[in-house]
Design a protein around this ligand. Structure first.
Ligand code: SF4
Ligand code: SF4
Length: 205
């Protein structure tokens, strides 16, 4: 498989992200879901990301920020990692705001919106993924979405579910084209956004 230049791989990833946004938007509109005034915030959720391409693309966005803003984010990311490790050591699931969130400026706004990762884009509406081993992974949507989908069902309407299987396959393909033949030799990516910031841009050799 031909290895892509980073720029070409980023363009492909951005196109996949655009498809995700469109599918998310269709489902959210049908459910009547918006994030306005949400009292929870999915940017507090603890989750890992699994591709080098998304890690690198996030850094592509970080490197466009003013130097002082980037330093501020790095400090928040370091604090997140330490706090997260302490919570895990206590047997608790970390509940810490993502270091990229502009919580101090406006609650809930992503400070790297264009470069935010796949899971960030899909959290919210019901979605399903059929993994290569055939196992189906289902997510019912966030708490607000679940309240709304109960009403949709009560009205006798069908709840829209985004099938992100083809999007996931496209992401795997661009990951292979981005990393190239070293992919199998490299460590598996399993990092929070904070860890990806503390570690710096991914090393592909
Ligand atoms: S990258 Fe943005 S959308 Fe994703 S968790 Fe962080 S602040 Fe939220
Ligand atoms: S997706 Fe759901 S939990 Fe996340 S901000 Fe929107 S309404 Fe809140």
């Amino acid at each position: 498989m031909k290895k892509l230049t980073p720029k070409a791989a980023f363009r492909k990833l951005a196109a996949i992200y655009d498809k995700m946004v469109a599918q998310y938007g269709e489902a959210a509109d049908a459910i009547g879901m918006t994030c306005d005034g949400c009292h929870d915030n999915c940017c507090l959720s603890f989750f890992q990301h699994h591709t080098y391409i998304e890690w690198a693309y996030m850094w592509e966005g970080l490197n466009q920020l003013p130097a002082d803003r980037l330093e501020e984010i790095k400090a928040k990311a370091q604090a997140y990692v330490e706090e997260g490790q302490a919570a895990l050591a206590r047997g608790e699931r970390p509940h810490i705001m993502c270091p990229l969130n502009l919580e101090d400026q406006k609650q809930g706004i992503c400070g790297l919106y264009k470069h935010r990762l796949m899971i960030c884009r899909m959290h919210g509406v019901p979605n399903v993924l059929v993994r290569p081993d055939g196992q189906q992974v289902q997510f019912p949507g966030c708490y607000r979405c679940q309240e709304l989908t109960e009403k949709v069902e009560a009205d006798g309407r069908i709840v829209p579910v985004v099938n992100r299987t083809s999007l996931y396959k496209d992401l795997v393909m661009v990951e292979m084209q981005f990393v190239g033949k070293n992919l199998r030799q490299l460590p598996k990516v399993d990092h929070t956004i904070a860890e990806m910031i503390v570690l710096g841009p991914p090393k592909l050799k």
